[in-house]
Design a protein around this ligand. Structure first.
Ligand SMILES: *[C@@H]1O[C@H](CO)[C@@H](O)[C@H](O)[C@H]1NC(C)=O
Ligand SMILES: *[C@@H]1O[C@H](CO)[C@@H](O)[C@H](O)[C@H]1NC(C)=O
Ligand SMILES: *[C@@H]1O[C@H](CO)[C@@H](O)[C@H](O)[C@H]1NC(C)=O
Length: 609
């Protein structure tokens, strides 16, 4: 009855209005520009309309019901020095379902979006629509350019990158109905012109620093764990000695895992891995790994990539016999896919995720849009909330490559994803007793992300002492990178049967991730829980388990860059890992925060070193 009354009233209203005014426009016709460029971005040219029959997948990022719930939860779970009411949550990592609840959109958001899609004839239910990226992104499969042009008041064109010749389908402007303002955060692919995804410059570890020497593998006799170290180059036994992990034998290999993310369709070679182990860690000659292809990623063991080989060889050398998963993230079939987003779509959908993940692919932050970087960073926070320690490289160009001039001004070039506050960024060192900063070590301050709370003591302390140098070239309020460091120069690894020597934070990150994975093994076997997102712990007490690196610098942008110093610095972070002292630093935390679930709760007294 009530419904009927309302209907009559509205009909009446319409008639009345209709006779006195212009016809009412639908709320859906009132649009606002979400993002637009004045002109086609630099280095891109339009090739006109894309082929009309083509369809693409689109992602609609929805505003979560509770704005900061995910980030609040992440820091409650990892904050080690808080008051008792919060303390009981330390280490209680969330499940896929619990994270989905935190990031879920409001029910009316979903209703509105569905209504909007249906008005434009885009099926909003069934197999062509799904929730992705942990539960706040709506994926529309196979939408035609014509449909999306009307949906977003856009004008999609085929664009070509002038230098590389790569093409993408993009629009230089898009709009959304005013009715969706405050409900939809972004739609992709739209106006981001992903230069770097298409034209990867010399990536971490590939060639940026140090010359590549190729020698016959048989020339290098294996060095035993108790052997002497030729400090002219780095091998697994040297690293296990330096970082104090030689004596630790993993015992949770049935539960603990290490994940390595490879972009650009890269993958490693099992034959090279075996040759590497035979040479440098003979007890691990049976080491293997599992390749998980994501978004059409390939795997042809006979045609490996350098980056993947060095990642897998050093990760395995650190953690054997812990299972290692290699994610080979490909380009898929669409010209719109991006590496990060594709991998997150896959990994956040898994019930079980490796407790430690390392990623050595990075880009200068300034080359990405803020909107994009922020969105990807939130996805890293989801991994943290689920108890995953994510370690990424800080870059190989010191504070930046070449002159770093933008619009007539010098600006240092920190790298993403290391600038995301919810990951652990790994810089580089060299030498020993003491280790010093490697000049290639990426470091500095984010222009996109503010300094997180956990850096509120260490970073201002550094700036107070050293902040005046190059003061105008960086953002002192930004998140500082890196967080920690590890050896990054003169690593030997095997590529297509030959011994190669090279440098880069692409070596440092798998080594540091290896140490963290061993800590996870130890923790899991005693408490059932992994350590999770590291930074709040590292900055509050975990640094007690690190060796501070106090000399060296990271020149770049035609400047001397930053200097390493006592405490945190934007070259080597808090320092390099010491396995047994990190174990002790964890015991300190566990004394305050017993972890474990229900019956299996284990107090720290049950753990011995
Ligand atoms: C819709 O597209 C037209 C044509 O490109 C443009 O002039 C107009 O400003 C757009 N509207 C909004 C709200 O962006
Ligand atoms: C568009 O369709 C053509 C013809 O079917 C195909 O060759 C091309 O790869 C498609 N492009 C994209 C971007 O999907
Ligand atoms: C990338 O590396 C190649 C080979 O080492 C070199 O010729 C080229 O100049 C490098 N490109 C950039 C952008 O540094």
């Amino acid at each position: 009855m009530r419904y009927h009354c309302i209907f009559v009233l509205s009909a009446l209203e319409a008639i009345l209005l209709g006779s006195f005014a212009a016809p009412l426009s639908s709320p859906w016709d009132d649009m606002y520009t979400k993002h637009s460029w004045d002109t086609v971005p630099k280095n891109w040219e339009s090739l006109g309309s894309p082929p009309s029959g083509n369809t693409t997948d689109y992602y609609i990022e929805l505003k979560p019901h509770r704005e900061n719930a995910l980030i609040d939860a992440l820091y409650e779970l990892t904050h080690v020095l808080t008051s008792p009411p919060v303390r009981c949550r330390y280490g209680m990592h969330l499940s896929k379902q619990q994270v989905a609840e935190l990031v879920a959109p409001r029910p009316d958001t979903l209703e509105l979006v569905h209504t909007w899609l249906e008005r434009h004839g885009v099926p909003s239910s069934g197999s062509s629509v799904s929730m992705t990226h942990g539960g706040n992104t709506l994926k529309l499969k196979g939408v035609s350019v014509t449909q999306v042009n009307t949906l977003l008041n856009a004008s999609y064109r085929l664009y070509r990158h002038i230098e590389s010749g790569e093409t993408v389908v993009r629009t230089i402007s898009y709009a959304l109905p005013v009715a969706l303002q405050g409900h939809v955060l972004s739609v992709t692919p739209t106006t981001s012109f992903p230069t770097d995804w298409r034209t990867p410059r010399n990536r971490s570890g590939k060639a940026a620093a140090g010359e590549v020497k190729s020698e016959s593998a048989s020339k290098w006799p294996p060095v035993g764990l108790s052997g002497r170290y030729d400090v002219n180059y780095v091998t697994p036994s040297y690293l296990h000695w330096l970082y104090d992990s030689a004596a630790y034998v993993p015992t949770a290999a049935d539960r603990n895992m290490l994940g390595i993310v490879g972009f650009l369709g890269d993958y490693p070679s099992p034959t090279d891995l075996t040759a590497f182990m035979r040479q440098y860690r003979p007890d691990a000659v049976s080491a293997t790994y599992t390749v998980v292809p994501v978004n059409g990623g390939g795997y042809d063991p006979s045609n490996p990539h350098t980056e993947s080989n060095l990642n897998i060889q050093y990760a395995e050398a650190m953690v054997y016999p812990t299972p290692v998963i290699y994610y080979s993230v490909g380009q898929g079939t669409s010209e719109e896919d991006d590496w990060f987003s594709s991998w997150f779509e896959y990994i956040l959908d898994q019930e079980i995720i490796p407790q430690t993940i390392v990623m050595t692919y990075g880009y200068d932050e300034i080359d990405l849009s803020v909107e994009y970087a922020v969105k990807m960073c939130i996805l890293f926070a989801q991994l943290g909330a689920r108890g995953v320690s994510v370690l990424v490289t800080s870059g190989n160009n010191g504070v930046g490559k070449e002159n770093c001039v933008v619009d007539g001004f010098v600006r240092f070039r920190p790298t993403f994803p290391s600038t995301c506050p919810h990951v652990t960024a790994v810089g580089g060192t060299t030498g020993f007793t003491p280790e010093v900063a490697a000049e290639l070590s990426g470091g500095g301050f984010s222009d996109y992300f503010l300094r997180p709370d956990y850096q509120d003591e260490e970073v201002p302390a550094y700036l107070q002492k050293h902040g005046n140098r190059n003061r105008d070239f960086y953002n002192p309020n930004g998140r500082g990178i890196p967080d920690i460091a590890a050896q990054a120069e003169k690593f030997r690894f095997i590529f297509e049967g030959n011994v190669i020597q090279n440098s880069g934070t692409s070596f440092a990150a798998p080594v540091a991730a290896g140490i963290i994975s061993l800590l996870n093994d130890w923790l899991i076997s005693h408490t059932g829980m992994p350590i999770g997102f590291l930074n709040p712990w590292l900055y509050s007490s975990g640094f007690l388990g690190l060796i501070d690196v106090t000399s060296g610098s990271n020149p770049g942008c035609l400047t001397k860059g930053f200097s390493a110093s006592v405490g945190w610095d934007p070259v080597t972070g808090l320092g390099t890992p010491g396995f047994t002292s990190l174990q002790q630093a964890i015991l300190l935390v566990l004394e305050q925060h017993p972890v474990g679930r229900g019956e299996s709760l284990v107090t720290p007294h049950n753990i011995s070193l």
